[in-house]
Design a protein around this ligand. Structure first.
Ligand code: ARG
Length: 470
């Protein structure tokens, strides 16, 4: 019997597999990454087989011992992966069977179809936990940056035109909110990942009396009360990759958020904005222009969102139109999933570190936010408080802006007479509205960038992140 025939080609096949076919169809080069999950799943499966009397005590122990030994060898790099054995499952099982006689019983009541579905669910479950942790770290880094310069006021932008002043902290907190939604999405997806598909077999389960609940419980597929959670339809279970699509989708949304943050960082670090300075260790130089300091981390974070989005599209396209149930196409899910998880976690991690090595230049921020024209809306609000209808006030302030522009002076240098000429309701106290601090003190509406509101938000997030046990 040829090596490559050990597991899946025994009996039926007379010819050896063509080597180009082996090269084309193998997945071990990338799915060996699932070895921990594969071994863990096999150990639980063996334990269940023993419980239901399909393996003897000694057979079970021999299998588990063999699998643990193989695990150690994989970990230390000694294990020899064989392309001819196609995938991670067959490599491990073939080696086990070579060493342990009872190894030939391990695949009882199991198919690689439910085995790979299991391995992937276990892997995604671990990755979700890592991603949740990294999201929390990035949120903390944003809060820290906001807290280091509580005095920084910047212009808020719409259409990338200066709109109204905001505390920089408020702008950073906007990202904390986005990453919170991402956190919730990943966490909620756990509910759907956390169902054990083992026992579904190739498509139609098994005639052997196995105990699916036991395997599920052994592998931690349990609800909050500790009750085992299993998939409910064997056909769905072996062909379902929704949990991968969902992971890729959640990651794509997160990547888009990181990309937006990266764009702000890139803009803010230009000479034109100058709001922040990223420390040397987190920037790169130019091979030609000695003066350059480039925000490459942010640019790459923005750029890498493209592949995370691409992976989601690949996954959706992969599944679309697949007939029930398992089809070999599904093997293409892994590289997309691995790349998504690696990219999103590396990006979250480096972005958090970069923020921890970023200084805010408050004076530059303030200078950019100091044009009183940014407070034109506050003047409208002032007139509304004096009883004018909003639309009339808006019109009058437009005339003021125009007057200041034609005199080529900032709004706050217009005289009280100038103000009164557009509306007699203006009093001396209008000038109090025209500095950014008082403007910020005046907008303490929940969710808005009022000084006390932002302080409250920072405190809330600081507490929430500290008490989080993710
Ligand atoms: N390597 C395969 C995959 O990733 C494992 C399942 C193989 N099943 C099969 N019937 N060929 O999808």
């Amino acid at each position: 019997m040829n090596k490559s025939d050990i597991v899946s080609r025994s009996g039926r096949f007379k010819e050896e597999m063509d080597k180009d076919v082996t090269a084309f169809t193998e997945s071990v080069s990338f799915d060996k990454r699932l070895w921990r999950q594969d071994i863990r799943g096999s150990i639980a499966h063996a334990a269940m087989l023993k419980q239901v009397g399909l393996l003897s005590h000694d057979e079970c122990n021999a299998i588990i011992g063999g699998l643990e030994q193989i695990g150690k060898e994989i970990e230390s790099g000694e294990f020899e992966w064989k392309t001819a054995l196609e995938d991670v499952h067959m490599n491990i099982e073939a080696e086990l069977t070579r060493r342990v006689h009872a190894g030939a019983k391990l695949h009882t009541a199991r198919s690689r179809n439910d085995q790979i579905a299991l391995d992937l669910r276990l892997w995604v479950r671990d990755e979700i936990r890592t991603t949740l942790l990294n999201l929390r770290r990035l949120q903390s880094a944003l809060i820290e940056l906001a807290e280091t310069r509580p005095d920084a006021i910047i212009p808020g932008y719409t259409h990338l035109q200066r709109a109204q002043p905001v505390w920089l902290a408020h702008h950073l907190l906007a990202y904390v909110e986005m990453f919170e939604r991402d956190y919730q999405r990943f966490r909620e997806s756990m509910e759907r990942v956390n169902n054990c598909p083992l026992g579904s077999g190739a498509i139609a389960g098994t005639t052997l009396k196995i105990d699916r609940y036991q395997t599920a419980a052994l592998l931690g597929f349990v609800d909050e009360e500790g009750h085992p959670k299993i998939t409910q339809n064997s056909m769905d279970a072996v062909s379902d990759r929704d949990f991968i699509i969902e992971f890729c989708s959640n990651a794509a949304i997160t990547a888009v958020h990181i990309s937006r943050l990266a764009e702000d960082i890139i803009l803010w670090s230009t000479a034109e904005f100058g709001f922040i300075r990223i420390s040397d260790a987190f920037t790169t130089g130019s091979s030609l222009m000695p003066q350059k300091k480039n925000p490459d981390i942010a640019e790459l974070s923005r750029g890498k969102s493209a592949r995370v989005i691409g992976n989601l599209v690949s996954m959706l396209t992969l599944i679309k139109g697949l007939p029930m149930t398992y089809n070999r196409d599904l093997q293409e899910d892994k590289e997309r999933l691995f790349d998504t998880a690696d990219t999103i976690n590396a990006t979250l991690n480096i972005t958090a570190q970069m923020l921890r090595h970023t200084d805010v230049i408050s004076e530059k921020c303030r200078a950019a936010a100091s044009d009183p024209a940014l407070l034109a809306t506050d003047i409208v609000d002032y007139m509304v408080r004096k009883g004018l209808p909003f639309r009339n006030a808006h019109h009058a302030v437009g005339a003021l802006v125009d007057a200041a522009e034609s005199k080529n002076i900032p709004l706050n240098q217009l005289s009280l007479e100038d103000f009164k000429s557009v509306a007699p309701e203006f009093e001396q106290d209008i000038f109090d509205c025209l500095n950014p601090e008082s403007a910020m003190n005046n907008r303490n509406i929940p969710g808005c960038p009022g000084t006390d509101e932002v302080k409250k938000q920072l405190k809330h997030w600081r507490r929430a992140l500290e008490s989080d046990q993710t």
